[in-house]
Design a protein around this ligand. Structure first.
Ligand code: ATP
Ligand code: MG
Ligand code: MG
Ligand code: MG
Length: 432
């Protein structure tokens, strides 16, 4: 038997032809002598009609009790039927149950926590198929953008000895007879690799022990990070906006049907195709926020709430730049024209989403970097190898990190980042 993807046979070309499909029972009902079984595969859902006058009473009777998510095979003629979902039906000449399913634990109407406990079963749905296909396209487009533009993909370590984004969110792990940490960012290692390859990027999981539960933080997420020698902050911002515009264009091109599953307003998404994106300085952001009555002052770190207010000022993604030095990491280069601020940038997604990229120019001066490490309470001995990079042929360089789940969340218009992960990890959740 030659099995066809369901979506491929649901068109006029197949009407009147005999095809075979296979998948899982999505819905079923028996009316009179006919069973209507909706079958789901990775490509779509199709109604299969099993008629007792053709295949016997026994089979139709057994389909009365067929469990949701039982796996089945069916062959038959494709017919146009406006009442069926998608407009086509399969009239079965053959129908077989492959794997039975008794009392599938999801019946509809269950609460979030319950569903998260049965996530291994919950993610069998057209909605998650659409979501994970969009995520696939985002990842592919990201890789494609870099490899087509002369960047090299590299493989930094996940087990590391020191912090990159601050000690508070580190996950310690037993590493033989010492303690190591799961990587929060590949950045410091990418900075090493630019001396070999100049323009590098990596796609790795990053781990952060985020203590508070928010709609945009996971404990484990996928991180796309470029780093390039000779690039200043502006060069890197150009890469960031080109990358995001490219990813959005690919999703709009290849995943239109999947976006519909989320009722996404494509017109709004299209604003991200127009580069360059607007740029505002941290100083201006503080002014905007104060005018809007938000209680912030110069020097405060901006969180999700402040970012949400700022996103209301823009229709496309936009950059926020030149943050106060004390709210940003030790490796960010101080602005030579005002050393109170750093040459750093965030890219914020509109419609309330906020930060999807954080990046900037790196401190390339040995003495300044050492000062900043000490200023932020790190032990310079732990960073000897990193400091070495500034001793042997240091170069101006820049990079950034894009959170894959953050951009997927914005592109699909989801409320919560955990939806974008098949198995989300956050405080209090490690199962399944
Ligand atoms: P936030 O301000 O939201 O806590 P951050 O400034 O700590 O993020 P960076 O260190 O700049 O994040 O990391 C680079 C990118 O990684 C972020 O712009 C974001 O897209 C993503 N990211 C950071 N933390 C998380 C997380 N806990 N879960 C998912 N994505 C994250
Ligand atoms: Mg953070
Ligand atoms: Mg941030
Ligand atoms: Mg950041």
């Amino acid at each position: 038997m030659d099995f066809k993807p369901i979506a491929s046979v649901m068109n006029r070309e197949y009407v009147g032809r005999e095809v075979c499909i296979r998948g899982w029972v999505y819905r079923r009902s028996v009316v009179g002598g006919k069973a209507f079984v909706r079958v789901r595969d990775s490509s779509g859902v199709m109604q299969v009609v099993v008629d007792s006058s053709r295949l016997g009473d026994e089979l139709v009777d057994s389909l009365k009790n067929i469990g949701l998510e039982a796996s089945v095979m069916a062959c038959g003629e494709v017919r146009e039927e406006s009442k069926a979902p998608g407009g086509f039906e399969l009239h079965a000449s053959f129908f077989k149950i492959i794997g039975d399913s008794r009392d599938f634990p999801i019946k509809g109407g269950e609460g979030d926590e319950y569903l998260l406990n049965v996530r291994h079963l919950w993610i069998r749905s057209p909605r998650y198929a659409a979501l994970f296909k969009i995520k696939h396209t985002v990842i592919n487009a990201g890789r494609e953008y870099f490899s087509r533009n002369g960047w090299w993909e590299v493989t930094p370590p996940i087990l590391t000895a020191s912090a990159c984004e601050g000690g508070a969110t580190l996950f310690p792990v037993q590493y033989f007879d010492q303690t190591a940490f799961l990587s929060q960012s590949a950045q410091l290692y990418l900075e090493v690799l630019i001396y070999t390859l100049e323009k590098v990027y990596s796609l790795t999981p990053s781990f952060r022990a985020e203590k508070s539960r928010t709609r945009r933080h996971l404990a484990e997420y996928w991180h796309l990070e470029p780093e390039a020698a000779w690039y200043d902050m502006n060069d890197m911002m150009k890469v960031a906006e080109e990358l995001v515009a490219y990813i959005v264009s690919k999703v709009l091109e290849d995943r239109r049907r999947e976006l519909e599953e989320f009722g996404r307003d494509v017109k709004k998404l299209k604003k991200a195709l127009e580069t360059p994106y607007p740029r505002i300085r941290y100083d201006e952001a503080i002014e905007i926020l104060q005018k809007k009555g938000v209680n912030v002052k110069w020097g405060d770190d901006l969180g999700a709430d402040e970012e949400r207010v700022l996103t209301m000022e823009f229709e496309s993604p936009f950059f926020l730049t030149h943050f106060p030095r004390h709210i940003k990491s030790f490796y960010m280069k101080l602005d030579p024209s005002n050393p109170e601020v750093v040459l750093g940038f965030d890219l914020l997604a509109p419609e309330g989403y906020g930060e999807i990229i954080g990046g900037g120019q790196r401190e390339d001066d040995y003495k300044l970097l050492l000062e900043r490490l000490i200023e932020q309470g790190y032990n310079p001995d732990d960073y000897k190898w990193y400091l070495d990079l500034r001793k042997y042929g240091s170069v101006p360089h820049s990079g950034f990190g894009l959170g894959i789940e953050r951009i997927v969340m914005w592109i699909t218009g989801l409320e919560h980042i955990r939806e974008t992960m098949p198995f989300p990890r956050y405080r209090e959740r490690i199962y399944p």
